[in-house]
Design a protein around this ligand. Sequence first.
Ligand code: IVH
Length: 756
Amino acid sequence: MSETGFEGIAVDALDEAGAAAELARLAALIHRANTAYHTEDAPEISDAAYDAAKARNAAIEARFPGLKRADSPSDVVGAATAEGFGKVTHAVRMLSLANAFDANELADFDAGVRNFLGLEKAAPLAYTGEPKIDGLSLSLRYENGVLVQAATRGDGEVGENVTANARTIAEIPQEIAGAPALLEVRGEVYMGHEDFAALNARQAAEGGKTFANPRNAAAGSLRQLDATITARRPLKFFAYAWGALSEPLAETQSEAIARLHAFGFTTNPLTRRCESLEEMRAHYAEIEAQRATLPYDIDGVVFKVDDLALQARLGFRSTTPRWAIAHKFPAEKAWTCLEGIDIQVGRTGALSPVARLRPVTVGGVVVSNATLHNEDYIAGRDSKGEPIRGGKDIRIGDWVEVYRAGDVIPKVADVDLSKRPEGSEPYRFPETCPDCGSEAVREAGDSVRRCTGGLICPAQAVEKLKHFVSRGAFDIEGLGAKQIEMFYADEVLPIREPAEIFTLQVRDAATVSKLANRDGWGETSARKLFAAIEERRRIELRRLIFALGIRHVGEVVAGDLARHYGSWAAFSHAVDLAGPAGQRHLAAEAAVREEREAAAADGRRARVSETEAAAWAAEPAVPAEAKAAWDELVGIDGIGAAAATALVAAFHQPAERASIDRLAGALEVIDAARPATEGSPVAGKTLVFTGTLEKMTRAEAKARAEALGAKVAGSVSAKTDLLIAGPGAGSKAKKAAELGVETIDEDGWLALIGEG
Ligand code: IVH
């Protein structure tokens, strides 16, 4: 078992099918954990297990960008707002942090920062290091020194307005002197150990709800609709960051934190400036050594680039800053009995085994289920047939080691064979879908067994619908997973496919058995639901594409597609056109696979490019416009062949296509807005960088170009608007010249973006 607590197949060793299966498993695990942690305030797995899951997911996505899922957990910062509080749109997004789980990953982080900035290994670069507080983040807005608003993180963009509650926290100043006219202070609300124990004792004595851990107690206390209850809860606050500002706070992170301290905020006394990786490691060790005696929970050490100008250059990925990392403490583990194995059927038919465990406390949270990934994992081998866990299989009745490290879905790490009950039998993975009874098959190279029921499988249909109404998709208020299950089973007003959501009101009007008269519903809730549905009839293109629930088309890919094609008409036309070429791509892939196998059997080198070329040249010829549409689709930065193939397959499957058309017919699709980059000289343009850049690294240039609304492609084509060629530019410059694509050098590029 690795230090991160993940004993699965090494990411490097995964093949595509294994990676896809692993991403599916991780998505399910992380989403479940998010709900338990953020929405239910009742985590089921440890922070460490959660972090390990996210890290593994990110690593797999980095290796197989095309496999990134529609519901990829890396696109989600937290959970949706609970109903009841007003919503606050954050002026500056509240992000989460990328994680490092060991010293090597910390070194990778440092190397990545240096690489991005073009700094030598030995060049001076300072970081701040401070404890990662295990509480919940809060953004405090001060206008002219007066606290005017406090908001939770929510999903990072929209949080809950908890101003009245925050005002009851003694460590949060109501007024501050000498601050910028606008200052958003961010930090962590938490509860100390003693206060937590006292609160739980008091709750127990009063017959109230006790909390699993201080973090949940802090969250539950802050998010009280009645602020007088919050006032009775001993909450504390550490300031460690900021959001919107009318003027810069300082030039470095350390000075900025010192200023927050001077304004009257509590800042963490264990914050240090570290001048080297060695100092960072030593500081981590020092904080870890103090962890047990600190009066509050921490789950790692956060390192941030100290120079704020460098932070600005480094910028952000979709949900995390490039200039910071959370170096997490290792996961906690516990042994318990595996009482059963359930099979869940996912949106794409994947059969996922879930361990039912005798409840056990791991790191302060009761764990009663864990993921078992797939049948190979249970059998003790990876997708290549190599042994994992020393080849030990997992059986019902076994004594298993479970780990969780703080936030999300637990995993089974090991099996104790000495405690295996006599007469136990290897687990037999079902070969039919437990839901619809259809055959469940494993395709060559796929570690996941899938139900072949397609649209007739209720489990798949329900999961697809749940995805359709999920947050990044249609996000219809009042129509969540629970309601979808109810409507799916409803005889009178069924919702069996997305289009039926938009006919619900008309059907309701036409029946005597009205929704308003159902159990759990009334006039108001029914009216609200219909209104919420109507509101979503106008939908952004990227949401619609994501909502279709096509494999490999996650929120990011959907966004890329929407930006590229601009409208539903252009998008669907392009996918239609690309169809025949997509089929040919699949055939070529299969031919290459066969050739590889044949070559391996004959002990010769596989003729990959010849085989591929022959497949493409086969009769009937692929129409040129199909080839062009396909090339355009797979040429979009961020779209891999897996996503393109899945799109084409979905659009060409008659039943699925009919269902998509019924849906699109019911909607008014909002064209994709160009990125808010008015005045940008490169907005909407497709750029290619080649050769050596001297003043910026390639990564920084790409990030800058994208921030200015440009698309950055990897190769030159007729669609390229501009080639930025540094010294040593080769074939790309030649191709650009042939195609008449405008070419400039690095100085020209800097001048163009106003930095020359
Ligand atoms: S910095 C842009 N510093 O960890 C990054 N976060 O996993 C802003 N957290 O949402 C966060 N202690 O709730 C930062 N010293 C610290 C922290 C800290 C705890 C939390 C915070 C954040 C989460 C990310």
